[in-house]
Ligand binder design. Structure first.
Ligand code: WAQ
Ligand code: MG
Length: 634
């Protein structure tokens, strides 16, 4: 195929400030030289390592050509670098190469080399005359290039097989180990004439820029110059280089894992479905045509359908439209957003406030803004998932302390003195148990350790305290540094908020990613929440009514022999087994009462429960009826 017309070696080398960026070579017929030179130049100029200031293309007439059959290829799948190196060691040991850990350690020296290390396989002496450069295998190509076309893009795989095939033909070379120095290319190989080309899918850690090649030599010293001459000068064309098959298109495999996970969810009694309520939120709804008494809503004060709240939202829709149009920092801030923030700050007694799209975003947004690497977050073991996710996303060290245990908290804080910042975060009302944070001791403990204090008042705002202002009012004590709450529960709207000092809120406006990078909720939502706050201020008896109803439900349940307790609107009814809890919830639906089963991962495995929540507008009669239905369903 190459005998009739002469072949040319076309080499490309690109560098910047004298530092090597990339290189490649092709052996092609004269007619393909211009196209090849152009393709190699394009490759040099578009190299991911950076743009070169010097690109050299060299064209030479090829000398005498040696044709070699390609090494056969085998692939070994490895998951980690350690596993990959162990595989390489095992393969080479079967080929008579020992001292592998020591050989691997030499890759530290090859990183800066453009060529390969030529190592005596037994004494581990380096044999290259120029140790900084190493030995370069050149004048080689896939015979396909010589037969027809010019160069295409970089193909690690085909180029490596060509090189490995030539190297194994060099006199005295018994094996090669190769690790790419592309930090994202984790596949390497070992090669020998008996093993062939053995790809090892993961041979180094992701992000590690150190790579290199080691050629292992066994033979007399006086033959080393001939080995190097062969590697650096002999023209080689490799025939039958295998084409790497594209990964099989296998939808069944792709989806199988998801299907199996879901089957396990179903088997464990953890399958979740959405039920659609065919009416406004409130103490009654219709589901699939049936009227139900709702004991599961967070709309504790029954404000989501209050005519004053609805009217405020409707007016805002007419005035400002349905969407806010952008992030608050671009175009998405309207007068209702600002009015609401002023109102929230006044209601909670803080300098300033900031609203977020959801309560989840408020928790994630404040925790990740305040804490990062090198900080410590101390989090109650029963905190809500949005707090847990904020902790995880922050990359801070997270210490989970025992539920409401201020002694445990204090001990853990003592262990974090070296951290830059300490943030202690707790639910005010624990959402699945209905109990309260011991706020006075929490504040005393966090102050003593100079830690930021944060409470999540999702289930406290509108429920606790004589006028529904939350946990601080309940205990008649001072404020934590960060007061988080939601607009979507007692305030009948949507969103989350942070109340605190002006410094804190300025910081969040500038640093909180969920705030900065989300479209704000529509002005009608802000208007609704604002109106709900006015209703609560005018009718504080609503907060008292919620607490009275919760106590009434606990009392009625006790009459049926069911023991539970609450300090909020949430009444947990313990069941234990996940499947039993789901069955009890279904039996309640049959009786016209809607109370959801709460299971893992919302609560610990084996502590499934019915989670009842009362509203201000439930009647005594409804509470009695619900308690009777619960007793029957369990
Ligand atoms: N001769 C000798 N050593 C070389 C040569 C050469 N022609 N080219 C590169 N090296 C050395 C040099 O030290 C490099 O830093 C090192 O090898 C790695 O080169 O999927 O991409 O170009 O089967 O980073 C192997 C797996 C990919 C392919 C190898 O090497 C697969 C790779 P890189
Ligand atoms: Mg190198």
């Amino acid at each position: 195929m190459s005998g009739d017309s002469p072949l040319y070696c076309v080499k490309m080398r690109a560098s910047r400030d004298g530092a090597h960026i990339s290189g490649a070579e092709k052996i092609v017929p004269a007619s393909a030289v211009p196209g090849t030179a152009e393709a190699l130049a394009a490759r040099a100029l578009a190299h991911p390592k950076g743009s070169p200031d010097d690109v050299r293309i060299k064209v030479e007439r090829a000398g005498e050509i040696l044709h070699l059959p390609s090494l056969p290829v085998r692939t070994y799948k490895t998951a980690t670098a350690a596993e990959g190196m162990a595989k390489a060691a095992e393969l080479l040991a079967s080929d008579g190469v020992t001292r592998l850990p020591e050989i691997f350690a030499r890759f530290r020296e090859t990183y800066a080399m453009r060529g390969a290390m030529l190592l005596d396989a037994d004494t581990l002496e380096r044999l290259e005359p120029d140790r900084a450069r190493g030995v370069r295998a050149t004048y080689m190509d896939d015979a396909e290039s010589a037969a027809k076309r010019s160069a295409s893009g970089k193909n690690h795989y085909a180029e490596a097989i060509v090189l490995a095939t030539k190297v194994q033909a060099a006199p005295g070379v018994i094996a090669e180990i190769c690790v790419s120095d592309d930090p994202d290319y984790l596949t390497g190989y070992v090669a020998s004439s008996t093993l062939g080309y053995c790809r090892i899918t993961t041979i180094k850690e992701k992000g590690d820029p150190a790579g290199g090649r080691i050629f292992l030599y066994r033979g007399p010293r006086e033959h080393v110059p001939e080995t190097i001459r062969f590697l650096e000068k002999q023209c080689v064309l490799v025939e039958g280089v295998p084409v790497l098959a594209p990964p099989p298109e296998a939808p069944e495999t792709r989806w199988r894992g998801l299907r199996e996970d879901l089957d396990a969810v179903r088997d464990a009694g953890l399958w979740r479905t959405i039920r659609t309520c065919e009416s406004a939120a409130g103490p009654h709804t219709r589901i699939e045509g049936r009227d139900l008494l709702v004991l599961s809503s967070n709309d504790y004060l029954d404000l989501a359908r209050d005519p004053r709240v609805v009217e405020a939202a409707a007016r805002a829709v007419r005035e400002y439209g349905t969407g806010s149009g952008g992030s608050r920092l671009t175009t998405g801030s309207q007068p209702p957003h600002e009015a609401l923030e002023r109102h929230l700050a006044a209601f909670k007694g803080t300098e300033d406030a900031l609203v977020f799209g959801t309560g989840y975003m408020a928790n994630v947004g404040v925790i990740t803004a305040i804490c990062g690497r090198g900080d410590a977050i101390l989090s109650d073991e029963l905190n809500h998932a949005s707090i847990i996710d904020g902790c995880r996303l922050s990359r801070a060290d997270v210490l989970v302390y025992r539920h409401n245990d201020m002694d445990d908290l204090s001990r853990k804080l003592s262990a974090c003195r070296e951290h830059r910042r300490r943030l202690v975060v707790s639910d005010a009302v624990f959402s699945m148990d209905g109990d309260l944070l011991d706020l006075p001791r929490f504040l005393e403990t966090t102050r003593r350790h100079d830690a930021f204090s944060m409470i999540d008042e999702a289930h406290a705002t509108g429920v606790l305290g004589a006028t529904g202002r939350g946990l601080c009012e309940h205990f008649s004590c001072g404020h934590p540094d960060i007061l988080m709450g939601t607009l979507s529960k007692a305030l009948g709207a949507e969103g989350g908020f942070i109340c605190g000092s002006r410094l804190l809120v300025d910081y969040l406006r500038n640093r909180s990613r969920p705030f900065i990078f989300s479209t704000s909720f529509p002005p009608s939502v802000a208007a609704a929440a604002d109106a709900a706050l006015f209703v609560l201020e005018a009718e504080p008896w609503r907060a008292e009514a919620v607490r009275r109803n919760a106590r009434a439900l606990v009392g009625e349940l006790a009459r049926h022999g069911i023991r539970t307790r609450t300090e909020s609107a949430i009444v947990p009814i313990p069941v234990g087994d996940e499947t039993r809890a789901v069955r009890a919830s279904a039996a309640l639906l049959e009786r016209g009462v809607w109370i959801p089963a709460i299971r893992y991962p919302t609560v610990a495995r084996g502590t499934a429960r019915l989670r009842a929540a009362v509203m201000a507008s439930h009647t005594d009669e409804e509470i009695r009826f619900a308690a009777g239905a619960i007793a029957e369903a369990l």
